[in-house]
Write a protein that binds this ligand. Structure first.
Ligand SMILES: *[C@@H]1O[C@H](CO)[C@@H](O)[C@H](O)[C@H]1NC(C)=O
Ligand SMILES: *[C@@H]1O[C@H](CO)[C@@H](O)[C@H](O)[C@H]1NC(C)=O
Ligand SMILES: *[C@@H]1O[C@H](CO)[C@@H](O)[C@H](O)[C@H]1NC(C)=O
Ligand SMILES: *[C@@H]1O[C@H](CO)[C@@H](O)[C@H](O)[C@H]1NC(C)=O
Ligand SMILES: *[C@@H]1O[C@H](CO)[C@@H](O)[C@H](O)[C@H]1NC(C)=O
Ligand SMILES: *[C@@H]1O[C@H](CO)[C@@H](O)[C@H](O)[C@H]1NC(C)=O
Ligand SMILES: *[C@@H]1O[C@H](CO)[C@@H](O)[C@H](O)[C@H]1NC(C)=O
Ligand SMILES: *[C@@H]1O[C@H](CO)[C@@H](O)[C@H](O)[C@H]1NC(C)=O
Ligand SMILES: *[C@@H]1O[C@H](CO)[C@@H](O)[C@H](O)[C@H]1NC(C)=O
Ligand SMILES: *[C@@H]1O[C@H](CO)[C@@H](O)[C@H](O)[C@H]1NC(C)=O
Ligand SMILES: *[C@@H]1O[C@H](CO)[C@@H](O)[C@H](O)[C@H]1NC(C)=O
Ligand SMILES: *[C@@H]1O[C@H](CO)[C@@H](O)[C@H](O)[C@H]1NC(C)=O
Length: 577
């Protein structure tokens, strides 16, 4: 019977290729240096297939994706498929020393995963040191065949990847920037420019050469005009699905198009209730799908991205620009401009975040866990530890519940799977070891403890985490990313979480579902998820500077009992340390 079903499917696939339910999609990602010109300087940067941003990975829900990554550069490399659930395939998740050892120079590794229960936009990026600055790209997951979008079908789709580069990073390279920061114990140098699909927009005249006139670019992006950066070409009356991705390293960003509102329909590859807005707020690691209708007079309209930072921390405050251009626009017509919000526009971010609700339709129901097995409280923030080799004898560190995560030298998943002892302990604290006034005056002792600790969960257990920002050094917004799961963002607030009154305000009906969530500056965010994916799953701040400093931990989810409740065996080519 099984054979006949398969044979029938094969015949159908042969006669009507469009009817194939799911495919195996093969990609080859060659990690190579590529001489590239930006900000008036040319240098080799680490890329996938010579492209910046890298190639778009296109798949359909239920497809099996096979990506062969070949490392041709002098750095260790891994790639993370950010937001892909990786059900039972933790070996393909990608964070270095968490689920795999690095792909060393000259080596290759096949990432093998199936996209299950997800459709929309995600991103892939390097997950080792700061290589993701230039090693990143879009993941576009189409819905299953015959399943329409739960919103009017757009005429066209456009991918817009936001990033961050600097002259120094360009001239030195980001690895030198992060190494210097670790040696001095100080914050790393900030970027000099944000980018839209790899381009900062008009830049003051270069003394030597500027950007090349003809840009070798992925065909899924629009052609670039040399003087204006990214151009979004539109035709009057048509509707466009913008797949907006924040691939920046350390910056939360505003995205705005002059004279046009957009309708948000999806975030982090989960559908939302549609809402109209004139501005998009997107944190590093987050994605947002927005419908744009070209309903204004023909002409050129500015596209602007600018940073959000509502505390004293230094950011790259440069606005990157592109152009939305109607098809019949006269060559020399002026560009309609727009204003960007102030850098500290917290109310603008709150209005955007509070408008996000999951779709919660019959077809896409919102299944928030109602009974909680593990109720956790994580403080996230910074501290200062002694450092003999640092300039002032100390360095900034990040921590969760006062534990600064120390990277192991063997991947945690391997240590777990093969029962190798001495790599990690499973005593990660579910609550702060010493309760204090988290958003009040910081204690005088800003030290943290080192540890490679995981929090252990039984398969299928339900988890609530209240993530509380602290005021150590500077209170700051932290976009926290969880690997291996989507979670529901059930509540948020300013100040200290109130365990008595705040839970009454939780949204357990239609909270937004995502994989990366901002913890407000000097405030808290509550999330819930079901631990239905066995493996070791990283949780960290997606500001790379904070990950580097140790603001990270991992959940270990044990196997269940059923046949499909255990992690699959590791692939033969899994890199070793
Ligand atoms: C980059 O350009 C320099 C100078 O022309 C050249 O020596 C080098 O081989 C190029 N590197 C790559 C990766 O193409
Ligand atoms: C991908 O993983 C599946 C499930 O383990 C396996 O059957 C398949 O052979 C793998 N494909 C490749 C190319 O390794
Ligand atoms: C960081 O910035 C400082 C001051 O501008 C500069 O001296 C230093 O070379 C920069 N570091 C790197 C690695 O580019
Ligand atoms: C750019 O070059 C033009 C023409 O040489 C000059 O008029 C202009 O002032 C320059 N702009 C900057 C920012 O240097
Ligand atoms: C965008 O929305 C705002 C607020 O709802 C409204 O005032 C404005 O007129 C809209 N703009 C366009 C171009 O539709
Ligand atoms: C941007 O930051 C630089 C350096 O911190 C500062 O000198 C400049 O005034 C800032 N510009 C704006 C528009 O805030
Ligand atoms: C070292 O400490 C002094 C005094 O607190 C401060 O002024 C200086 O900026 C610090 N330098 C570094 C590199 O941390
Ligand atoms: C903590 O770990 C770091 C390496 O991540 C090390 O440099 C430092 O000495 C450790 N501190 C203590 C107190 O063990
Ligand atoms: C915590 O600190 C804040 C800010 O200083 C203060 O307003 C609040 O009263 C403090 N809470 C407690 C319980 O001490
Ligand atoms: C964090 O741990 C360090 C080292 O054990 C300790 O000195 C400090 O008091 C702890 N702080 C908090 C807030 O738990
Ligand atoms: C986990 O949950 C699924 C779906 O609710 C259920 O089918 C399965 O039996 C559960 N497994 C365990 C070990 O609890
Ligand atoms: C690359 O990874 C291997 C295995 O973990 C490690 O031994 C080596 O030091 C790493 N190389 C660099 C340049 O970090």
């Amino acid at each position: 019977m099984a054979y006949r079903v398969q044979a029938a499917a094969l015949v159908a696939a042969f006669l009507f290729p469009a009817m194939v339910e799911s495919l195996v999609r093969h990609y080859k990602f060659s990690v190579v240096l590529k001489n590239t010109t930006r900000l008036c300087a040319t240098k080799p940067i680490v890329t996938v297939n010579g492209k910046f941003p890298g190639p778009t990975l296109l798949a359909r829900e239920d497809d099996n994706v096979i990506v062969r990554v070949v490392n041709h550069v002098q750095y260790n490399v891994t790639i993370h498929w950010h937001g892909v659930r990786q059900l039972r395939t933790g070996w393909a998740d990608g964070p270095a020393y968490i689920t795999q050892c690095p792909i060393q120079p000259g080596q290759s590794y096949i990432y093998n995963f199936t996209i299950t229960g997800q459709r929309g936009t995600l991103l892939w990026h390097a997950h080792i040191s700061w290589l993701r600055t230039t090693v990143h790209g879009a993941i576009v997951i189409l819905p299953k065949l015959g399943v329409p979008y739960p919103f009017p079908k757009p005429d066209k789709e456009k991918t817009i990847v936001l990033g961050e580069i600097t002259g120094e990073w360009w001239k030195a390279d980001t690895e030198a920037v992060v190494n210097q920061a670790m040696q001095t114990g100080l914050a790393p140098n900030i970027s000099d420019s944000h980018t839209i699909n790899g381009h900062p927009g008009p830049f003051p005249n270069c003394s030597s050469q500027g950007e090349p006139r003809i840009v070798d670019f992925d065909t899924s992006f629009d052609l670039l005009l040399p003087s204006t950066g990214y151009t979004l070409h539109v035709e009057t009356g048509k509707t466009y699905l913008l797949r907006i991705i924040n691939a920046a390293v350390n910056e939360e960003l505003f995205f705005k198009i002059a004279g046009h509102n957009v309708t948000i329909v999806e975030v982090d590859a989960t559908y939302t209730k549609p809402f109209k807005t004139d501005i998009v707020f997107v944190a590093p690691g987050q994605t947002t799908n927005a419908l744009l209708t070209a309903d204004q007079s023909t002409g050129k309209y500015l596209i602007a991205i600018s940073p959000f930072m509502d505390t004293v921390v230094a950011v790259d405050n440069m606005t990157a620009t592109g152009t939305l251009r109607y098809k019949t626009t006269e060559a020399f017509s002026p560009t309609v401009l727009t204003t960007i919000p102030p850098q500290n526009a917290t109310p603008v971010t709150n209005a955007f975040i509070d408008s996000l609700r999951s779709l919660n339709s019959i077809q896409f129901p919102t299944k928030v866990p109602l009974k909680i097995d593990h109720s956790l409280f994580f403080t996230v923030g910074l501290g200062i530890n002694p450092c003999a080799t640092c300039v002032n004898g100390s360095r900034a560190v990040g921590d969760i519940n006062n534990v600064t995560f120390v990277m192991p030298t063997t991947a945690l998943l391997q240590a777990h799977y093969y029962n190798i002892s001495g790599i990690f302990t499973d005593d990660f604290p579910g609550n702060p070891p010493i309760p204090f006034n988290y958003t009040g005056n910081p204690p005088s002792n800003l030290k943290t403890m080192n540890g490679t600790k995981v929090y252990r969960l039984a398969f299928n257990s339900t988890v609530q985490v209240v993530v509380q920002g602290t005021a150590f050094l500077a209170p700051e917004s932290h976009p926290v990313h969880l690997h291996g799961f989507n979670f529901f963002a059930i509540g948020k607030g300013v100040g200290n979480f109130d365990p008595v009154n705040d839970p009454e305000k939780f949204n357990l009906v239609d909270p937004v579902e995502r994989n990366t969530i901002g913890v407000p500056t000097g405030g808290w965010t509550a999330i819930r998820f079901k631990a239905d994916n066995p493996g070791v799953w990283f949780l960290h701040c997606h500001l790379e500077v904070h990950t580097t400093w140790g603001l990270k931990m991992a959940f270990l989810v044990d196997n269940g009992k059923g046949p499909n409740e255990s992690i699959l065996p590791p692939p033969n080519d899994l890199p070793i340390c």
